[in-house]
Design a protein around this ligand. Sequence first.
Ligand code: WTA
Length: 671
Amino acid sequence: MSTESQIAVHWREEEYIQPPPGFIGQANAADPALLEQFREENFPDSYRAYADLLTWDTYWHTILDTSEPPFWKWFAGGRLNACYNCVDRHLAANRNKAAFLWVPEPETELTRTLTYQELYTQVNEVAALLRDLGLREGDRVTLHLPMVPELPVCMLACARLGVVHSQVFGGFSGTACGDRIADSGSRILITMDGYHRAGKLSDHKAKADEAVVTAAKLGQQVEKVLVWRRYPDRYLSAGDMVEGRDVFVDDLLPRHRGQRVDPVPMPAEAPLFLMYSSGTTGRPKGCQHSTGGYLAYVAGTSKYYQDIHPTDTYWCAADIGWITGHSYIVYGPLALGATSVLYEGVPTHPDAGRCWRIAERLGVNIFHTAPTTIRMLRKLGPDEPARYAYHFKHMTTVGEPIEPEVWRWYHDVVGKGEAVVVDTWWMTETGGFLGATLPALQPMKPGSCGPGVLGIYPVIYDEEGNVVERGSGRAGNVCIRNPWPGVLQTIWGQPDRFVQLYYGRYCRDAKSTDWHDWPFLCGDGAVQAADGYLRILGRIDDVINVAGHRLGTKELESAALTVPEVAEAAAVPVIDELRGRVVEMYVALNPGKEPSQEIEDKVTHAIDQQIGKIARPHAVWIVPDMPKTRSGKIMRRVIAAVSNFADVGDVTTLANPEIVEKIRRQVQSAK
Ligand code: WTA
């Protein structure tokens, strides 16, 4: 078992909670026949129901092509355009309905409404601009944008052209962005001058300059940096526009006013976007998602699991820079023609009532957030929800396990007992939900995400590949036995790594074209109850989930190792009441170097610079040496146990067992 699973909090409650009757009556998935339709014997034909939520230019002929395992092809032979499905097809009936409601920071700025018609106009103009810059089907473009409407506009403009977008989370550093530009081979970067977050206006363009330098070092030239100008009168570094390379989008757009670009009918299997995620090595993984399968999957899960109706005002308070935002702020809700709220800033600024004020003002009735936010709001403003007159029918949680007591506060206080709670478990690689309850048909169980969703058949294996029986109480590695339309197609440029990471562990026969032989390794440890409900324990790989953000230990450690005094580094997860986990960095110094505050600060700074402030360690410990195995491997598990005041287990087989006690005294006395 991994460090994460070992320090996972176990709870034993097995309490069922039924959805409110008012919810059941109106639910999209109200008929148990839906569960029948998705029984395993109907797989993969059951997914026709999801494909039929979309408009196809050419209808597909083969629902699942398994000829080249595990590069599954969904809806083979079909052609469609994702932008057309999310925008154009809603115009006839809903031209002037809000597609996005944007709530900027500061709160004194008014909400901006982008109707489907306006979205259509803007997307076409930006698509015309990108086309005139020479972008064509299959080219990649990196976006490094904050939570502004220009972000979905750019994504949809790319999709209209069949260009693959790769949005890098706005809070990532310029260096991290540059790594991703190089990996994806993007010639064009789209960014913004600045943005507000928690009261601070940041100079975002400076990160683009760093990103271009980093990408160039890695062999990728960025030809154009397109800069959206939000603050024309107070642009933070006007002198920094590089002649010939940097262009303000608002200088170019007037040339494209009123232009229309036909949506390109793309093969169902054409990549729609890349979303980078952390993994077991320092090199980020560009998870490649398809056009047809992905869009069908997020439309279907949005409809049945988030219960989105065209009349709902839906708010997923995630960042579009993560997979949750791609699937459940942009593509899923827009494919269904819903109104999706975008907000800028953080839930706790200017105070812990912000979310509920927004909900009240906009009439939000579906709300979606992460346990870390719920914990924070519960701590900072336990009575705030009662002060606002909003009514949620449905609430989602995503990104981490939610403790039953936090779940109850969400249900009772935030939801006022009126809303159903859906705990959605999934990951960047899976495109959409894997485990959750169908809100009107399956009861909730606090702390448990629920069974596999429609068409997903999970199984838990032990290290040897034996099935861990449901209800046995034993933990193991959770896998999905079957392919599904939302699964990543590959890791961009690293097909072998893709096969090895997700299928290498439990593949029964590498020559087989029968999908039954290719269970997909999700990367989490889990326990499955007798009723099929899963309790997720945490990552089994070298990933630390901090406040719902996946951070690779290797990335953190390589950043620390760029500090010249540092000889060795280990990043470990430490349990935190609010954020679930935080990172503590352990470093050992080169001979002759003495521990100092300055070195600790250098380590923190290096991580800020190379990954971003979201990865900043909670503590940096300079220790005399790392506990190691005889073969020289750093024992992160032992360090994590020390940091968490947990049992370190048997350390006698280590090469240097005595160091464990030294570290324990140093760290535990300082905490
Ligand atoms: C964790 C986010 C428990 C899990 C969508 C997974 C969860 C990782 C849940 C993926 C949940 C996500 N309950 N754990 N409901 N949802 N996780 O790629 O460890 O950013 O492997 O995707 O988050 O994080 P990612």
